[in-house]
Design a binder for this molecule. Structure first.
Ligand code: PEP
Ligand code: MN
Length: 347
């Protein structure tokens, strides 16, 4: 739309698209509004007709298979605000917590350590995708309650995975951000469902997902109306087995150019080795990630899942301190603490 287009003119274009069985997605920037017209086939005549409507500046076909997730639709970075934390605004945000929520005490203790070290968002899995059906598969709703308690205790917003369409409502009742795990990147029914929820969604890259497939998976969520999507690079499977996965740092740099969506790096699942978490976290910041997701556990040796890649509280504190000078030097500092943070006891 032209920069001076009126609300009525924008509405007329939306109505015209609707009449042509196309969905109009609005992106209102500071200078202008872009309307993304999404549908199976865009009739060239409609394209011409829309081009002549008042207020329309130009009609540009988007050549890439993903539309709403690309920078052609929205050149400016998407910033997602959750519980006083801004993701994607140029500051570096850290999500941390145990792989699995094991019990309330452990969850609250970890939440305090994450907050005290300067972490921004608390993670913890209640519904766990495990390779073996005999492994610990999470506490389910009980785990979600512990996560909510830990949020109340600290003021940190929380993120947790939802694995099934049937669980979306219950997880959305507790979580500030819904996580779609790597194994579900192409679970299209689940993507549709979280697209209908008014909660940000963090979409992890599949174990063998190409960048295009990943952005198309994000497109599913956006196409349903939920534009608050965060991408997460968590390593892909390669021939290398010394590390659990191969953290694809090039994908982070590439996706920053292709898409306006924020992107988080997960060096815990990306390497499987706690010693590699800090170096890969620093590298992630340097290549342009908007933040991190890392696993932290009070006693990694006894963790019910992913102990080998989990940081102790001391190591997490060390990680945060190591990131600060890197962020300052690169002009992308570690973000300030969430606005609604509960003060550290004794302050
Ligand atoms: C997790 O975050 O605990 C998890 C299971 O991650 P992923 O889906 O990347 O394997
Ligand atoms: Mn894990």
């Amino acid at each position: 739309m032209r920069p001076d287009a009126t609300t009525d003119e924008i509405q007329s274009v939306l109505d015209r698209l609707h009449a042509a069985n196309l969905e109009g997605h609005l992106s209102s920037g500071e200078e202008r509004t872009v309307i993304g017209a999404v549908g199976r086939v865009v009739d060239p005549e409609i394209r011409t007709a829309i081009g002549t409507m008042t207020g329309v500046d130009s009609v540009v076909p988007i050549s890439r298979p993903y539309k709403l997730t690309g920078r052609e639709f929205k050149p400016r970075d998407t910033v997602i605000e959750v519980g006083g934390v801004r993701i994607g605004d140029g500051n570096f945000v850290v999500m941390a917590g145990p792989c699995s929520i094991e019990n309330e005490e452990h969850m609250v203790e970890t939440a305090r350590a994450v907050r005290d070290a300067g972490g921004h968002i608390l993670r913890g899995g209640a519904f766990k995708p495990r390779t073996s059906p005999y492994a610990f598969r999470g506490l389910g709703e009980e785990g979600l309650r512990h996560l909510a308690t830990a949020r109340d205790e600290t003021g940190l917003p929380v993120i947790t995975e939802v694995m099934a369409v049937a669980d979306v409502d219950i997880v959305a009742r507790y979580a500030d951000i819904l996580q779609i795990g790597a194994r579900n990147m192409q679970n299209y029914n689940l993507l549709d469902e979280v697209g209908l929820v008014r909660r940000p969604v963090m979409l992890k890259r599949g174990l063998s997902g190409t960048i295009e497939e990943w952005l198309l998976a994000a497109e599913y969520i956006m196409a349903k109306g939920n534009h608050e999507v965060i991408l997460c690079e968590r390593g892909i499977r390669t021939f290398e087995t010394t590390t659990r996965n191969t953290l694809d740092l090039a994908a982070i740099a590439l996706v920053k150019g292709l898409s306006h969506l924020p992107i988080i790096s997960d060096p815990s699942h990306g390497t499987g080795l706690w010693k590699l978490v800090e170096p890969m976290a620093r590298a992630s910041l340097a290549v342009g990630a908007d933040g991190l997701m890392v696993e932290v556990h009070p006693n990694p040796d006894q963790a019910l899942s992913d102990g080998a890649q989990s940081l102790t509280f001391a190591n997490f504190h060390g990680l945060m301190e190591a990131l600060r000078p890197v962020g300052e030097t690169l002009g992308r500092p570690v973000a300030p603490p969430p606005a609604e943070l509960t003060p550290v006891a004794g302050d």
